[in-house]
Design a protein around this ligand. Structure first.
Ligand SMILES: C[S@@+](CC[C@H](N)C(=O)[O-])C[C@H]1O[C@@H](n2cnc3c(N)ncnc32)[C@H](O)[C@@H]1O
Length: 163
């Protein structure tokens, strides 16, 4: 996920739904020292734990589709990488669209959005709809190879925004 989103070369990273911090830990391991991190997580108890576990990282207890980016980002700034742990296929179609519409415009030209999908679930209606939304983003969509050792097997969708 972090390689697919090009986190090792990012100046500003956004994580959606960091939860208990599995991806956050991987991000911390490869994020450049001078880079900034923001995690948006709607579960306040997770946010409290994340703040203790990752000092120096910013966390907001908020819904990704509602977060006020203008009050967080310096004028003219956007994210180089967005890493998402959100359960997209479980979301209603309208929420998938609301979140993507809200966050993708905060990605710099050439920046990468990465999210995972469980193999098989991506063929269910919610998974197909999400993939269609990704195809409509202004950028190039690719899928990584399936990681069969993951339980359940999963792959990563990457959208690189047009420059
Ligand atoms: C599958 S879990 C995250 C897994 C994560 N990688 C971990 O290590 O725990 C999804 C997370 O997204 C959060 N979430 C769900 N909907 C959200 C939303 N609209 N905005 C922000 N966070 C959300 C949930 O509270 C949950 O913690």
């Amino acid at each position: 996920m972090v390689e697919a989103a090009n986190v090792p070369h990012a100046r500003r990273v956004l994580e959606l739904g960091p939860g208990t911090g599995a991806f956050t830990h991987a991000i911390k391991d490869c994020l450049p020292r001078t880079a900034n991190y923001l995690g948006i997580e709607m579960n306040e108890r997770f946010v409290e734990t994340l703040q203790q576990r990752f000092p120096g990282f910013d966390f907001a207890a908020a819904a990704a589709q509602e977060f006020d980016f203008d009050s967080y980002l310096p004028v003219g700034e956007a994210f180089d990488a967005i890493v998402s742990g959100l359960p997209w296929t479980a979301f209603p179609e309208s929420l998938q669209k609301d979140i993507l519409d809200h966050v993708m415009k905060r990605l710099v030209p050439g920046g990468c959005f990465a999210t995972f999908a469980y193999w098989g679930f991506h063929k269910l209606p919610g998974g197909r709809h999400f993939c269609e939304l990704l195809k409509r983003q202004p950028g190039r969509l690719r899928m990584t190879a399936v990681v069969w050792g993951n339980v359940p097997p999963a792959f990563v969708y990457v959208v690189q925004r047009d420059r």
